[in-house]
Design a protein around this ligand. Sequence first.
Ligand SMILES: [Fe+2]
Ligand SMILES: [Fe+2]
Length: 323
Amino acid sequence: MEPNVTAQDADIERLKEFEARIARGESIEPKDWMPDRYRKQLIRMMSQHAHSEIVGMLPEGNWITRAPTLRRKMILLAKVQDEAGHGLYIYCGAETLGVDRAELISQLLSGAAKYSSIFNYPTLTWADVGVIGWLVDGAAIVNQTMLAKASFGPYARAMVRICKEENFHKRQGYESCAILAAGTPEQKAMVQDAVNRWWWPSLMMFGPSDADSPNSAELMRWGVKRKTNDELRQRFVNMTVVQAQAIGLTLPDPDLRHDEVTGDWHHGEIDWSEFWSVVKGDGPCNRERLAARNAAHDQGAWVREAAEAYVAKQAGRARASAA
Ligand SMILES: [Fe+2]
Ligand SMILES: [Fe+2]
């Protein structure tokens, strides 16, 4: 037998065993054998997720200095710091797949990598901060709760902790919206306007419809995703409609209707042309976000240099004491 045929057979065997492990619900760990496609898909998903956490600090970070009370400022500071932690945590998870974090970050800074399109929208008023917590973190929880059952161990474990923090993010946002909705007419109008602007982009966070999502089938087979984009979006809509009603806010969708049979709230048509234009870089703040990340990276150069100098010094000391 030709040697390359043997190697190919061995790969087919390993793939069968890999898929059997996933079917048994076992988690795949970094040192386990995995198909190249699986590794690549996970690096793509995890790095996009980490980038989203990091870029996601910008729209709200913009309001830290303008938070209306000390309590709100402390909450917002804690939330934005949590998002930084989520990003670092997921970059670490991605590194276990054999990719260098510096490389991932350079892809973000050059604009080659994608991140969640929701963060390319501006935060125009204070109410946006509440609505982001309620809707954007709310949508993120639906996605991330599903990812906590993903087949790749480091990703799934990262999600468990992250989801706990996301729950706090959502609650503080919903609480802020409830207070504004019960406030003066101006406050109520401000929060309703923010809901009107964020509702549709939040629905787009789940990604294209199943029919237009080329990666979905493979990701489902390998247990990276457990539910389709449309299923998760439906779950989010069902939860949120009731929450909006409870605080007297209206979701900007005249076609929203309750299906008595399934219990689902059906939503109107999503404007996918808007989604694709934001993904391709033409959203309201794409350029601003990338410029802010690049400026932060450049301003942090001295920290990276100092850290490297420190490591070199420590290594020198270790060598001297070993001699
Ligand atoms: Fe987060
Ligand atoms: Fe969050």
